[in-house]
Design a protein around this ligand. Structure first.
Ligand SMILES: [Cu+2]
Length: 97
């Protein structure tokens, strides 16, 4: 996750970069996946509305919007799909501000 680096309450740009393992030494970027994000605040058991799933902007980068409705610790759950099938498991990023 490249963004947000300076999260604030409300809508934030979220940017992810995705690389596929070709060999141990070769991790090419890949623009052919679908990414779904689901932010949640684990300590309070709620999420947030109006998030925008990151979509490909090229070079393996995906950009969308994440809505942090309050300060505290957020977990941004990320589901990566390829041709409609889930290819990630229990992937999330923690954002605290
Ligand atoms: Cu909360």
């Amino acid at each position: 996750m490249l963004q947000p680096v300076d999260p604030k309450v409300g809508m934030n740009d979220i940017e992810l970069t995705l690389h596929r393992k070709a060999t141990m030494m070769d991790w090419p970027s890949d623009d052919t996946y679908t990414i779904e994000i689901t932010p949640e605040m684990p300590s309070m058991g709620h999420g947030s509305p109006n998030n925008v799933n990151p979509s490909s902007i090229g070079n393996g980068h995906y950009k969308g919007k994440v809505n942090f409705t309050m300060t505290g610790e957020w977990r941004v759950n990320v589901l990566v799909k390829k041709d409609g099938a889930d290819v990630s498991q229990n992937l999330f990023f923690t954002v605290t501000f």
